[in-house]
Design a protein around this ligand. Structure first.
Ligand SMILES: [Mg+2]
Length: 196
């Protein structure tokens, strides 16, 4: 089904609907983690006695960032247009659900998303697992062939592809050259997706 005919749109949050603000290298350094490897997976490989305090520290850093979140260009216009035509809108983030709500409030985008379909790492296996997408589609009673997953990182695309949705790379930072196997559409900003 053509992208803009699809009725169920699931967005990554940080760096997709908000301006990228997470310096993951700095976060890894502050937490004493190895460079270049995903944070949640490194924490998951540790015993809880070691990872629990690091999770707390990570959440404190992420909360500061969430309160300062700024909307990405085109986000409000695209969400308004999709909402106006009756599309269902959801969020799937590797951040905490609580912090996703803080960032949505800070950016003024909260009204587009119903709480049960704002999914964080407390709700599903982290992307690139398709688990969160599948749960959100179940809530909507929708099929992957009528859904789109959008994000700014390869995990977003892999999660979508693993779930069977269309995938859109929102490539504000133009990092996507190596990820061509994973996206159906690449845009340089959300405004490129506006219908008409
Ligand atoms: Mg992101």
């Amino acid at each position: 089904m053509p992208l803009l005919d699809r009725r169920h749109w699931i967005f990554d949050l940080d760096g997709t609907l908000t301006l990228a603000q997470h310096d993951f290298d700095a976060i890894r350094r502050d937490l004493g983690l190895e460079p270049g490897r995903p944070i949640l997976e490194q924490l998951a490989a540790m015993p809880p006695s070691k990872s629990d305090p690091l999770h707390d520290e990570l959440e404190r850093m992420e909360e500061d960032l969430a309160r300062e979140a700024q909307m990405a260009p085109g986000a409000h216009d695209l969400l308004s247009a999709l909402h106006a035509t009756g599309c269902r809108l959801g969020i799937l983030t590797r951040n905490k659900r609580r912090l996703a709500h803080i960032a949505l409030q800070a950016t003024g985008l909260a009204r587009f998303f119903e709480a049960p379909v704002v999914f964080g790492r407390d709700d599903a296996e982290p992307k690139p697992s398709p688990d969160g997408i599948q749960q959100i589609l179940d809530i909507w009673g929708a099929t992957p062939s009528d859904a789109v997953m959008l994000g700014d990182y390869v995990f977003d695309l892999q999660a979508g592809r693993n779930a069977g949705t269309a995938t859109v790379l929102v490539d504000l930072l133009e990092r996507g050259e190596d990820w061509g196997a994973w996206f159906d559409v690449r845009v340089r900003g959300l405004a490129e997706l506006l219908p008409g």
